[in-house]
Design a protein around this ligand. Structure first.
Ligand code: DHB
Ligand code: MG
Length: 202
């Protein structure tokens, strides 16, 4: 199975085992399908596991653009995505995501229908700004790792990845253009969760 092969290849290449779980990946696929998304942006490719899941939810003409900082991870992802039969619809852009996103904005790219963010938590607030600017009304924005075993609401937490995530919640409180919720999950990724926001249609 392509997802098992992807995880094996990631492990062989020494990538950190922090992909979404099989069940979470299936959820992403179904969200793509339920929203009839045709243009997807992913921030944080890693070895391509979630990209394969997102791409599987796309119709024949759908496209996924995924951004990765590490060239070595992107090379592994390219092979995994191609081996999963999703190569034609997935483009990987290597580099600092903030610069890449700024470039996409300046190019006036077709707005995305769905954005999945699973990258450096310190920049989640900036990624939310870009996701909003780059997506159409009605688009679905999804952020991974917004619970972190409850550390996000623990004032004593010294987890360095928590402040960026808290900022995301702050931004979404009474946001003029976004309706949002967080879904907690328990499973192979322990106790964590997804934040989901929909861009208002006015
Ligand atoms: C980490 C990052 C992730 O995206 C994830 O799903 C789990 C853990 C991490 O950096 O620790
Ligand atoms: Mg994650």
């Amino acid at each position: 199975m392509a997802l098992d092969a992807c995880l094996a290849a990631n492990s062989d290449a020494g990538l950190p085992p922090i992909d979404v779980s099989i069940a979470q990946g299936r959820m992403l696929e179904l969200l793509v399908r339920a929203n009839r998304a045709q243009n997807i942006l992913e921030i944080g490719t890693l070895g391509g596991f979630s990209a394969i899941c997102l791409a599987r939810g796309l119709g024949d003409s759908g496209k996924l653009l995924t951004l990765e900082l590490e060239p070595g991870y992107a090379a592994v992802a390219r092979r995994n995505i191609d081996n999963a039969g999703q190569g034609d619809r997935v483009e990987i852009l290597v580099g600092d995501a903030t610069s890449t996103l700024q470039g996409l904005l300046e190019q006036g790219r077709v707005p995305f229908d769905l954005v999945f963010v699973d990258a450096d938590k310190e920049n989640y607030a900036a990624y939310l700004d870009y996701a909003l600017k780059l997506s159409r009304p009605g688009a679905l924005l999804i952020f991974d790792n917004v619970v972190r075993e409850g550390r996000v609401v623990d004032p004593q937490s010294e987890d360095p990845k928590v402040p960026g995530t808290r900022k995301l919640y702050e931004m979404l409180k009474n946001h003029p253009k976004l309706d949002a919720t967080a879904i907690q999950t328990v499973g192979a990724k322990k106790w964590d969760g997804f934040l989901m926001a929909v861009v208002r249609e006015e």
